[in-house]
Design a protein around this ligand. Structure first.
Ligand code: AHR
Length: 329
């Protein structure tokens, strides 16, 4: 299948810790961008990452003088589609959104195209053969994030992780079913771990990127799987939920069960510094400043790269201790 964006250039790169996050409503600008109006359809408020992302977008719109119309889809594709249609009706200058799932966007994006309203994808991509439906995609490479998580396990699994039968048993807490980060982080992790026949993913289920979802799925894994050595959670929030379930089962997270997560939000980094998580792959939510720059260019009819990849790092327990105090989100 032709998957998502035919990515070409990683033209712009996000420097780590770019923007200070504000906390205002994000609506209304100072009019310095020739009164550009952006309609933004957010996924929801499912995680610490999402909260930081929303704050970054709202603060950056205000800073850039862009009038922001913001909607929260509560993790439902139909709500995002409704919001996009309403932005088309309101004749905004540019639409930006973070698609809750990868597929099912062509019809509404064709409507935006017919109305001559450019679309910028941010954070997550769509799976469409028609790349003319959006101007650019700004966000992380989720496959690479999964690969970093898998590589860490391959490099750091030790004797304490090996069961009597020689296996290292991994349970996976997946993100929202059908979402790009869930699909790609799974693929990247499997790519790196599948060559090691000792590493076995013995259970894999969605926790919907929420702390509560991670906790519930982990509770059921602890009942159904005898020898869990490693948890791979597609985000910090689900990993934090898993920690609660592991502690309630009388085990020590980070010691009896190793935990690998993605995001590096403050709560995740705190658990990493405390030794309850073992490794975090960063996914940077501070996309607001770059999004506003891209939106201004797109509205002005300037050329923009088809793909803008976010620059990210990884953290182990030692590096988490060093950077925790300065973590912005
Ligand atoms: O799309 C980014 C992912 O969505 C983040 O990793 C996760 O925390 C969020 O909900």
């Amino acid at each position: 299948m032709f998957k998502k964006i035919m990515s070409v250039t990683a033209g712009l790169v996000l420097a780590g810790g770019l923007a200070a996050c504000g906390s205002d409503s994000g609506s209304g600008g100072s009019g310095t961008s020739d009164d550009i109006t952006m309609g933004f359809a957010q996924v929801g408020a499912e995680s610490g990452w999402r909260t930081a992302n929303t704050k970054s977008i709202q603060a950056s719109a205000k800073e850039a003088g862009i009038d922001l119309k913001f909607s929260d889809a509560q993790q439902k594709q139909e709500n995002q589609i409704k919001a996009i249609r309403s932005y088309i009706q309101q004749k905004v200058d540019v639409i930006a959104f973070s698609p809750v799932v990868e597929t099912g966007w062509d019809t509404v994006l064709q409507e935006a195209k017919r109305a001559k309203i450019p679309v910028v994808l941010t954070d997550r991509a769509v799976d469409s053969e028609d790349t003319s439906l959006y101007a650019t995609f700004l966000g992380s490479d989720f496959v690479v994030e999964g690969e970093k998580a898998g590589q860490w396990l391959v490099d750091n699994a030790d004797d304490s992780d090996v069961n009597k039968d020689g296996t290292i048993q991994v349970v996976e807490l997946q993100g929202t079913t059908g979402a790009a980060p869930a699909i790609d982080r799974k693929e990247g992790f499997e790519d790196k771990t599948s060559a090691n026949s000792d590493i076995k993913i013995v259970a894999s289920q969605t926790g919907d990127f929420t702390r509560d979802g991670g906790k519930k799925v982990m509770e059921s894994f602890l009942k159904s799987q005898k020898d869990i050595d490693v948890v791979y959670a597609h985000n910090d929030d689900m990993g934090l939920g898993a920690i609660e379930a592991i502690e309630a089962a009388g085990k020590k997270p980070g010691v009896d069960v190793k935990i690998i997560t993605v995001d590096a939000v403050k709560d995740g980094m705190t658990a990493l510094a405390e030794g309850k998580i073992n490794f975090i792959v960063e996914c940077n939510p501070l996309l607001g400043p770059q999004l506003m720059d891209l939106a201004k260019k797109v509205v002005a009819g300037e050329e923009v790269p088809a793909r803008v990849v976010t620059e990210e790092t990884t953290f182990d327990q030692e590096t988490a201790k060093q950077v925790l105090a300065d973590r912005q989100y």
